[in-house]
Write a protein that binds this ligand. Sequence first.
Ligand code: MN3
Length: 203
Amino acid sequence: MSFKLQELKYPHNALEPYIDEETMKLHHGKHHQAYVDNLNKAVEGTKFADQDIEEIVKNLKDVPENIRAAVRNNGGGHYNHSIFWDIMAPGGRGKPQGELAQKIDEAFGSFDKFKEELENAGKTQFGSGWAWLVLDGGKLAVVKTPNQDNPITEGKYPLLGVDVWEHAYYLKYQNRRPEYLSTWWNTVNWDEVSKRYEHYKNK
Ligand code: MN3
């Protein structure tokens, strides 16, 4: 068995005007595909070829040292982007609802404060990486990771993540990462983020 690039649940132009079609085509079809291909090469002939990508990234310390860096970068790349495509949707889905909305208010003071904190994490991630909303010991927090690292390797469950690699925004926003980040909220599928919250809240 090998890892596969999943189809997007929406067309490449569906996140316009916030994320342009060309960026989506390259990002999904080339960048994500390359992570999948390189992950498959790294784990070929090992037991990891048959494991769930989340389990692999979560238990990165169990991956043999000779392939760990390749799995960290490409397995992380595969896992991170799979989350990213899922938590976006055409037209977005407004605001968090119910228990997740309440937990965001408790943890950050308000939804706007949370947005500010996540954007700030994305802006201040030096070089390539991600900004995340995570469940850390049952509490919501914002963290950032370099490269293709995922917070789950540190035991923090990712509910939402925004890619701040230049390939995620450069065609449309050039060097304006803050503008990409503030616009990105229009794409967030809060129904999916809530599902992730429900799935991870008791772990
Ligand atoms: Mn990317």
